[in-house]
Design a protein around this ligand. Structure first.
Ligand code: MV4
Length: 580
C-alpha cells in the first residue's frame, strides 16, 4: 500500500479522500491555491503545497504544478477526486509518466468514454441497450429531419464530447431543428472545442439511474445497487438516493448486469459509473454515458453496500485485493444525499458565495456530513458552489427521509444562502414522498414559491412602517421567543413593475440602457439595429454560471445601438444595448 498520496482537489471531496487515506495509514498531501491557504482540506493534510493563484485554470488545473508538488512531497500516487482533472486523460498519463500511480482507470479508457459516440458503440458491443439514435455525428438539419421521420418527435441533439447537459437540445418539431442544431454545436464547440453532435429519440419524463462499478486489479468487475439521480436542475444534481423507488428487483439485476458487461468489455479498472435513462414504464433502460471518476454521490452507495469506495480505489490502484466479491454486495436499507450548495434557490439558484458566520453540522443516528467548510469560513466565488453533502441512512426509505428532514432542520449555516431550504421543501413534497419523480420534476413540477422570501407587507401611503425583530427572553427559568414590532419612519421607494421572467433568463436595465445582470460571455445577439422590441423579448444570450441565460429587453422600443457582439465578455452592469 502507498505510504503517501497527493489529492489533486479541494473542498469536501479532498477531505473525504484524505479520510480514507487516514483509515489506511497513508500520509496525505494537499494542493491549494492562494485562496485556499487556510482551507479545511489544506489544514487537514499532513503536507500542503501551493499550486498557484485563485483561478482554477492557474492552480488546480495546472498539471505541471500538481506534478511538481507530487515530486516535492514524495507522494507515490495521485487521487484526482471529481471535477478539475479527474477525467483528463493527459493528466492521468502525465502522472503515470512521472512514475506515480494514478488512482483511477487507464488514460485510454478515460479518453474512450469521454467520446459519447464511442461510449455508445462500446455499449452496443456489450449488448447494453442504448437510446435509438444516429450511429455517427450529424451536421445537416436534413439528417435530423430524416431521423425524426423514422423515430418521431421529440428528438434530442447532443454533443459527442459532451455530458452534463452541455450541447444538449430538445427538438419538439421540424421548425426547431435548425436553431437547435446550431445552438448545440456552438455550445459543444465553446465547452469542449469539438462541435460534433448526434441525435437520439428524446425520452420524456425518464429517470436518471446510475450504476457504480469497480474494476479490481485482476480484471474482475463488480457492480453496485443503483443510485437515482433524477432530481436535477439544469443538469446539476441536487438529491440522490439508493435504491431507486422506481426500480423493481428484476430490473435492478438487469441494469447491474448491463453495467458490469460494459465495464468488463472495456477492461475497466478502478471506480466508474454507468449512467442510464429509465423510461417512464420503469422497465426499459438505456445507456447514456460512462463517468470515469468517483462521483459526488458515491456516499449513498457506500451506505447501502457497507463498502468504502475510496479505500477500494486505493487498494485497486496499489494492486491489492479489495477484500470482497460481487457476492458480498448486498443492498441494505436506504440512503439519501442532499447537496448543500452556496446558492439561493429563491433566486433561481443564483450562486451565493460569501462569509459563513456560525456553522453547525447535524449529527445523530443515520447522519453523515461530508463537508469542506467550517465556522467563519469564506466560500469563494472562484470554485463550485457545493460546500457539503448531507447524507442520511435508514432501515427503509421513510426512515432515511425523516432523518434527512431532521438533519436539515439542525443544519446551521449563518451568513450565506444555501440549498437547505430547497431540500426541506423537496423532501417533504409529495413528488418525493411518493417516489414518483423524474428528470423534469424539479424544473417543471415543483412549486418553489414557498422559498421566496415573504415580502414584508408595504404600509399604505401615510401609514407608518413597522419592523419586526425576534428575541429570546427568559422569565423565571422559562425561555420565550418574542416578536418585537418597532415603528419606523416611512422611506418606501415604489419599484417599477419587472417584466415577466423566462426560465434561465435575466433582465437588467434602466432608462434606455439594457445592462448585463451578471458577468459572462455573449454567445448570441438575437436582434439587429433598428428592430422594434417589447419588454421580455430576448436580445442577447449570455453564457454565465455554467449555463446560457437569455437577456431580455427591459422596455418596449427600438434597438438604437448594440454595444456588444457574440464572443464579448461583459461585466455586471455593462451597457449592452440602447433601446428607446
Ligand atoms: C437524454 C434525456 C432524454 N432522452 N437523452 C443528457 C445529459 C445527461 N447528463 C442527461 N441527459 C439526458 N439525455 C434522451 N435521448 C434526458 C437526459 C437528462 C436530462 C435532460 C434534461 C434535463 C435534465 C436531465 C437530467 C437527467 C437526464
Amino acid at each position: 500500500m502507498f505510504k503517501r498520496v497527493l489529492i489533486a482537489n479541494r473542498g469536501e471531496i479532498a477531505v473525504r479522500v484524505m479520510r480514507a487515506c487516514r483509515d489506511l495509514g497513508i500520509e496525505t498531501v494537499a494542493v491549494y491555491s492562494d485562496l485556499d491557504i487556510d482551507a479545511v482540506h489544506t489544514r487537514y493534510a499532513d503536507q500542503a503545497f501551493n499550486v498557484g493563484p485563485a483561478p482554477a485554470a492557474q492552480s488546480y488545473l495546472v498539471v505541471e504544478n500538481i506534478l511538481d508538488a507530487a515530486k516535492r512531497s514524495g507522494a507515490e500516487a495521485v487521487h484526482p477526486g471529481y471535477g478539475f482533472l479527474a477525467e483528463n486523460a493527459a493528466f492521468a498519463q502525465a502522472v503515470i509518466d512521472a512514475g506515480l500511480t494514478w488512482v483511477g482507470p487507464a488514460p485510454a479508457v478515460i479518453d474512450g468514454m469521454g467520446d459519447k459516440m464511442a461510449a455508445r458503440k462500446a455499449a452496443m458491443e456489450a449488448n447494453v441497450p442504448t437510446v435509438p439514435g444516429t450511429k455517427d455525428p450529424v451536421t445537416e438539419a436534413e439528417e435530423v429531419r430524416i431521423f425524426s421521420k423514422e423515430h418521431g418527435f421529440p428528438v434530442a441533439i447532443k454533443a459527442s464530447a459532451g455530458g452534463g447537459g452541455k450541447g444538449f437540445r430538445v427538438v419538439a418539431d421540424e421548425s426547431e431543428i435548425e436553431d437547435a442544431l446550431t445552438g448545440a454545436a456552438r455550445e459543444a464547440e465553446n465547452y469542449f472545442s469539438n462541435p460534433e453532435v448526434y441525435v437520439e429519440r428524446y425520452l420524456e419524463r425518464p429517470r436518471h439511474i446510475e450504476i457504480q462499478v469497480l474494476g479490481d486489479a485482476n480484471g474482475n468487475v463488480i457492480s453496485f445497487p443503483e443510485r437515482d439521480c433524477s432530481l436535477q436542475r439544469r443538469h446539476q444534481k441536487l438529491v440522490e438516493e439508493s435504491p431507486s423507488p422506481a426500480l423493481k428487483p428484476e430490473v435492478r439485476t438487469r441494469i447491474m448486469d448491463a453495467a458490469k458487461r460494459l465495464a468488463e468489455n472495456i477492461g475497466y479498472q478502478n471506480a466508474g459509473t454507468c449512467e442510464f435513462l429509465l423510461d417512464s414504464d420503469h422497465e426499459s433502460f438505456y445507456f447514456l454515458e460512462m463517468n470515469t471518476r468517483l462521483q459526488v454521490e458515491h456516499p449513498v452507495t457506500e451506505l447501502v453496500s457497507g463498502i468504502d469506495l475510496v479505500i477500494a480505489q486505493l487498494r485497486v490502484a496499489a494492486g491489492e485485493d479489495i477484500g470482497f466479491t460481487q457476492d458480498d454486495i448486498k443492498l441494505n436499507g436506504h440512503a439519501i444525499e442532499c447537496r448543500i450548495n452556496a446558492e439561493n434557490a429563491a433566486k433561481n439558484f443564483m450562486p451565493a458565495p460569501g462569509h459563513i458566520g456560525s456553522y453547525r453540522e447535524p449529527a445523530g443516528p443515520g447522519v453523515r456530513v461530508d463537508s469542506g467548510v467550517e465556522p467563519d469560513y469564506t466560500v469563494p466565488q472562484a470554485y463550485d458552489p457545493m460546500i457539503a453533502k448531507l447524507v442520511t441512512y435508514g432501515a427503509d426509505r421513510e426512515q432515511a427521509r425523516r432523518r434527512m428532514l431532521r438533519a436539515l432542520a439542525e443544519y446551521e449555516v449563518e451568513g450565506i444562502s444555501t440549498t437547505i431550504p430547497f431540500h426541506r421543501l423537496m423532501l417533504a413534497d409529495e413528488h418525493f414522498v411518493s417516489g414518483d419523480y423524474h428528470t423534469g420534476t424539479v424544473e417543471r413540477e415543483l412549486d418553489l414559491a414557498p422559498l421566496k422570501e415573504t415580502p414584508k407587507p408595504k404600509p399604505k401611503p401615510g401609514e407608518p412602517m413597522v419592523a419586526e425583530r425576534d428575541f429570546t427572553v427568559e422569565v423565571s427559568g422559562k425561555r420565550f421567543r418574542v416578536k418585537a414590532r418597532e415603528q419606523l419612519d416611512a422611506r418606501v421607494q415604489r419599484k417599477k413593475p419587472r417584466p415577466p421572467k423566462k426560465l434561465g433568463s435575466a433582465v437588467g436595465g434602466s432608462g434606455e440602457n439594457l445592462t448585463a445582470p451578471m458577468q459572462g460571455t455573449i454567445v448570441k445577439v438575437s436582434v439587429k439595429k433598428g428592430d422594434r422590441v417589447k419588454i421580455g423579448d430576448t436580445i442577447f444570450v449570455l453564457e454565465a454560471m455554467k449555463m446560457e441565460n437569455s437577456i431580455l429587453s427591459h422596455a418596449d422600443g427600438t434597438v438604437e445601438e448594440l454595444k456588444v457582439e457574440a464572443g464579448h465578455s461583459v461585466e455586471t452592469g455593462a451597457v449592452l444595448a440602447v433601446i428607446r
